[in-house]
Design a protein around this ligand. Structure first.
Ligand code: CO
Length: 161
């Protein structure tokens, strides 16, 4: 088990297009495992590889429901529907929270750790967390989509992505 240091804003790696994964090897498995430990330790619901200084299209999401841990490798949103506005935060922006509007429901095509292509459907908070992480892989930060900042003292039981 390894807890990796989390990169906080500003840092160039947070704002670049990450490289696609081409090797589905032990190194990738280890990265996923270390990212999982790091996310749990940081009490987050998602983490993207650039947030631990790795320039690869790899992210994980776990909102603590029956969906378990979702591993996203070279993911792409292929369809969306609806719209929803809710509060987001980010482990790379400690203490910052704000409202972001995103599609309510999404379909994502991604690869798993063995390189197999799979499709995932998600809605509501899970869809939000997945979209937030996929944005990270393209250097897009939630602050660029934030409509209104929410003060930390006005938050109740909110989780960080
Ligand atoms: Co984030």
């Amino acid at each position: 088990m390894a807890i990796l240091p989390i990169v906080t804003y500003p840092n160039d790696i947070l704002e670049k297009e990450c490289e696609k994964v081409t090797n589905f090897d032990k190194k990738l498995t280890k990265l996923l495992s270390n990212m999982y430990d790091t996310m749990l330790e940081a009490d987050g619901v998602g983490l993207a590889a650039p947030q631990v200084g790795v320039d690869l299209q790899v992210a994980i999401v776990d909102i603590g429901d029956e969906s378990g841990t979702i591993e996203l490798i070279n993911p792409e949103v292929i369809s969306t529907s609806g719209q929803d506005t809710d509060i987001e935060g980010c482990l790379s922006f400690p203490g910052l929270y704000g409202e972001v509007t995103r599609p309510y429901q999404i379909k994502v095509r991604t690869q798993d750790r063995k390189g197999r292509t799979i499709e995932i459907q998600a809605k509501d908070f899970l869809a939000r967390a997945i979209q937030h992480e996929i944005d990270h892989l393209h250097g897009i930060l939630f602050t660029t989509k934030m409509e209104r900042e929410i003060k930390e003292e006005d938050l109740e039981g909110y989780e960080k992505e």
